[in-house]
Design a protein. Structure first.
Length: 201
């Protein structure tokens, strides 16, 4: 079908998605700034981690799909645990830099009520992403999101949504968006996003 015959809705969606992914180019920004705009209720500290007070958090939209190993995963099923969502791509240098830290923390906290889920994006086929996970010993599943639809539509407007690759969003035990970083994380910063949520009643 020619572009001139493509439905306008499809063209608009493709245009929005293309623009969003252009903005989400591999980020190594360490200046601690993060976007959001509008009347948001979150703050960013000097370490570049944005947080939302418990009473002001919102739940993500549906984040569900097929993992790299072909299984179905619905993030909503993990409610009751702290969930770390990490948007990454095998092509991304900062993603490679943070991968060993994520693998270590995921293994350390596995039995403590923490689940990790990757959001693999912009890998046109699964093989490079699977090889990435094998190389870094990633012990948790990743949803395969080559066009970035889960990243773009999985988070309500005005919330702490992933805006770069890599990005990390942490959900509290109620399944609500509690923290976000728009840069590669080391073990210390990653734990600083998770541990306060583990202590919440």
């Amino acid at each position: 079908m020619s572009l001139s015959r493509a439905p306008r809705r499809t063209l608009l969606a493709v245009g929005v998605l293309t623009a969003a992914l252009a903005l989400s180019a591999c980020s190594s920004d360490n200046n601690g700034k993060s976007g959001g705009g509008g009347n948001t209720n979150f703050v960013t500290n000097t370490g570049g981690v944005s947080t939302v007070a418990k009473g002001e958090r919102t739940a993500p939209n549906d984040i569900v799909g097929e993992t790299l190993d072909g299984k179905r995963l619905d993030v909503a099923d993990l409610k009751g645990k702290v969930v770390v969502l990490n948007a990454w791509g095998s092509w991304c240098g900062p993603c490679r830099a943070e991968a060993p830290h994520f693998a270590k923390v995921a293994k350390d906290l596995k039995g403590q009520g923490v689940e990790f889920v990757g959001l693999n994006t912009r890998d046109p086929n699964k093989q490079p992403a699977i090889a990435f996970e094998e190389d870094y010993g990633v012990p948790y599943p990743s949803l395969y999101d080559p066009q970035g639809k889960l990243i773009l539509f999985g988070f309500p407007k005005g919330t702490l949504n992933p805006q770069a690759i890599p990005s990390t969003v942490v959900l509290d035990k109620e399944g609500k968006i509690a923290a976000r970083s728009l840069m590669a994380l080391d073990e210390k910063k990653l734990r600083s996003m998770i541990e306060p949520l583990l202590k919440e009643k």
